[in-house]
Design a protein around this ligand. Sequence first.
Ligand code: PHE
Ligand code: ZN
Length: 896
Amino acid sequence: MLQQRDGQGQPVAIRREDYTAPAWWIDTVELTFDLDPSKTRVLNRMRLRRNPDQPTGALRLDGEELNLARVLVDGQGASFRMEAGQLVIDNLPEAFELEIFTTCCPVKNTKLMGLFVSQDTFFTQCEAEGFRRITYFLDRPDVMANYTVTLRADKTAYPVLLSNGNLVDSGDLPDGRHFAQWVDPFRKPSYLFALVAGKLVAREQRIRARNGKEHLLQVFVRAGDLDKTEHAMTSLIHSVLWDEARFGLPLDLDRFMIVATSDFNMGAMENKGLNIFNTKYVLANQATATDADYSNIESVVGHEYFHNWSGDRVTCRDWFQLSLKEGLTVFRDQEFSMDLCADASARAVKRIEDVRVLRTAQFPEDAGPMAHPVRPDSYFEISNFYTVTIYEKGAEVVRMMQTLVGRKGFERGITLYFERHDGQAVTCDDFAQAIADANPDSELARLLPQFKRWYAQSGSPRLLAHGSYDAEARSYTLAFEQSCPPTPGQSHKEPFVIPVNVGLLSEDGRELPLQLEGEGQATAGTRTLVLTEASQRFVFTGLDAAPVPSILRGFSAPVVLDFAYTDAQLLTLLANDIDPFNRWEAGQRLALRSAIQAITDSAPVGNAVLDDAYIAAMRSVLGDTKLDAAFKELVLTLPSETYIAEQLDVVDPQRVHTVREAMRLQLATALFAEWEQAYDANQDTGAYTPDPLSAGRRALAGMALVHLCLAACASGDAVWPGRTLQRFKDAGNMTDRFNALNALVSSGHALAAPALARFHAIFKDEALVIDKWFSLQAGAPDRGGNVLPLVKQLMKHPDFSLKNPNRARSVIFSYCSANPGAFHRTDAAGYVFWSDRVIELDALNPQVAARLARGLDRWNKLAEPYRSAAREAIMRIAAKPDLSKDTREVVTRALA
Ligand code: PHE
Ligand code: ZN
C-alpha cells in the first residue's frame, strides 16, 4: 500500500497550516457498482471543473488498494501517472467528464474501511479516508458533490440494495441479478457516502413532521434480530422530535435509514440518510441488553441523527476541524439524553456520568504523549484523532459557550450557524463566531479570541482556589490561580476563559445569597464567575461566618479544581449542596483522599482505609429516602483505579488495586445491613422499562449484590451468594441477570463458574451477549495473577475471533485497557501479551490495533519495575518495520 511519504520513505506529518483549497471541484458523481465479494467492479463517472481560486496544479486523486482498469477524459483514453499512491492527470480542460474504472476485493478487507463484507452483507465505511479505497477521488471533506449511485448484485444473495438519498429506480437484470438506483438530493463530501447490500429486514415507521411532511424511518437488521429494533426506532423518533423542538432543525429527507453490522471499528457512522451502526448500538431487548446498553443506544442513535445537521448539512473544511462536528454533536446528544430525563436528579446523573468519562479517559489523554488540542495542528494518521479530546473535551468547549451565552442565546447561535453555513465545509472558528455574533452583548463575544484558546491549547488546566474569611469586614475572598501543564509541542500556555459556577453554603449546609463586592443586588444560588487572568479574586460580602464554597458546580469547565477543603467542609457539601454534581464530587474527594493516603503510606494496606466519618456519610446516603437510587449508586461508587492513578506522580498499579479492593471490602462489610436493605428496597415488580428511574433502582440493587457477595466471600457466609445465583437464574431481564453474574464473578465466588457456563449456554447464539461474557471475565478483579492465564484461555475459545472488533475488544481491551490491576504485573507478562496482540492486530486492522496501542500511553508515570518493562514492550512494537501508519504514530509518540 502506498502512503504519503518523504524522500526517506517516512510518512509525512499533515499540518493544519498547510491547508489549501482544492485545485478542482467535483460537481457530480455517478457510481455504478457490480457487487461481488471477491471482485467488485466500480465505474465512477464525475464532472469536474477547475477551482478558479487555484488556477494551477494537476488533478491528483487519492486511491488505496485499488486495481485500476481504465481512465477516460471526456470519453477519450487519457494519459495519467501514479505518484505517491495518487493518480495524477495533467493538461486538463477547465471542465470535463472523468471516468474511472476500478476493481477491489471486499471480502479480503479486514481493515473495515472502504467496501467490506460482514456476514455475507456488503457495507461501506468512508470516514475519514475510506472512500479512496472504493474509487479514485478528491477524498477530502471540502469537496462536495451530488451523488447518483447504481447498485447491481445477485438478487437472491443481496435482495436489499441501499445507498444515500432516495430510491429512484430498481428492477431485474439478466442472470438472476437486479439493480437499484439512488439519488442523494444533498451535496456531500465523500466521507458521507454509503452503500449496503445483503439479506436484511427492516422495522419501519412513518412519521409526520410539524410542517406536515411525511418521512419513512427504517432500521435494517438480519432476519433474526427484528425483535431487537424497537428501542432504536423509538430513540430515532425521539431524536427527530427533539432536534426540531430544541433547535428548530427538521429532518430534511423523505427516508432515513439505520443499518446494523456486527463488524465495525467504531460505534456508528452518520452517512447521509443511511447511518451504519455497530450492532452494539442498535440491538436490544430486555432479555439480551442491559440498561446501560439501552441508554447507549439512545445516545448513539441521537448522536448520528444529530449529525444530519451538525456534520452533514454543515461539514468540516479539513480533518483538523473534526471537533466542529464531533464536539458539537456529542454536546447535542448529551443535551438530548438530559432533556429526555424526567427530573433534575436524572439530568444530574447523566452529567456526572459524562464528567466521569471526561476525567477518567480525556484527562489522562491530555496529560500523556498523545495530548493534542481540540483542533489539532498536525497528524500522521487522522484515524488516530477520533479521540476523547476531539469528542468529549470538544463537547465541554461547546458547553462552556452555552454557559457564557445562556441556553436561549446558544439556541440563537445554533440557528445563525446553520443559516450562515448551510451546505458549506467550515472551521471551528466559524462556529464560535456564529455563537458569538448571535449574542453580541455576551461575555463570549467580548472574550472570543481568548476563549478560542480552548481550541488551540492542549492539556487540562489546573485551577487552584483559595478562600479566606475576614470576620471584621464580614467578607469572603475567593482567589483563583490558573495554569496549564506543558504538553507535547506546547511548553507555554496562555490563560483560558474559565466559567466557574459558584455557590456558598453555611456551615450547617444552607445555601447563602451571593453579594459580590461592588455589585448592587445579592443573588440567590449559583453564579458564574468568568476567569480570564492567571490569577483573580472575588470578594463576597455580607457573610456572618466563613462559608463553605461550592466551586465548579455542574463541572462548568473541564479543569482540575484544587481547593484545600477540610473533611468537615466536604461532608457538609456531600450532605447539603443543592448542586448534585458537587454533592457527588465531595464524596469522591473524600474517598480519593483516603485512597491516596493509603497508597502513599509505606505501611502494608490495612483493612480500614476509609474513616468512620466517610462510612457514616455513605450510610446516610444509602438510607436517604429523598435521593434517587441512580444518584446513590454514583455516590457509593469509588473513584476508579485509573482516576486514582492519575492523581499520583508515580503509580504502582498493584498498590492502587489493593487499596481500592480494601476500600470496597470495607464498604461491603461496614454497610452490610444497609446493602441488604438497599437490595430489598429496589426490587422492580412491574414490567421492565429502561427509563432512568427504574434503571437506577436496578443499578443500586446490582451494586448491593456485589457488596453482599464480597462481604460473604470474606466471612464465609453462603446465603447471599446462593441468593445471587438464584437471582441470576430467575432474572426477568438482562440487567438483573448480568448484575447477579457480575456479583459472583467479581467477588471471586465458586458459584461464578457454573453461572458463567449456564450464561454461555443460554446465549450462545447472541453475539453481543457473548461479548459481555468474555468481557466480564477478562475485566474481573485480579486474584493472585489469575486473569492473564484466563484471558489466554479465552482467546482459544471457539467463539473468539481477532477479526471481529467487538469480540477482540471484549477480551483484549477489557484486559489490557480496562483492568489495570490485572494487566500491570511485576513479571511483565501483561505487557508482553499486549505487544503481541498489537502486532497481530496491526496486520489485520490498523485502527483497532492503534487504539490498543494507546494502552500504555501513561507508561512514564509507572513505578519500577513496571516502567522499564512497559517501555520495552512499546519498543518491541516500534521495532517492527512494517507497522501501519496508525500504530506507528502511537508508539512513536509514546517513546518521544
Ligand atoms: N463519525 C462517527 C461518529 O462519531 C465516528 C466514526 C469515525 C465512525 C470514523 C467510523 C469511522 O459518529
Ligand atoms: Zn460523531
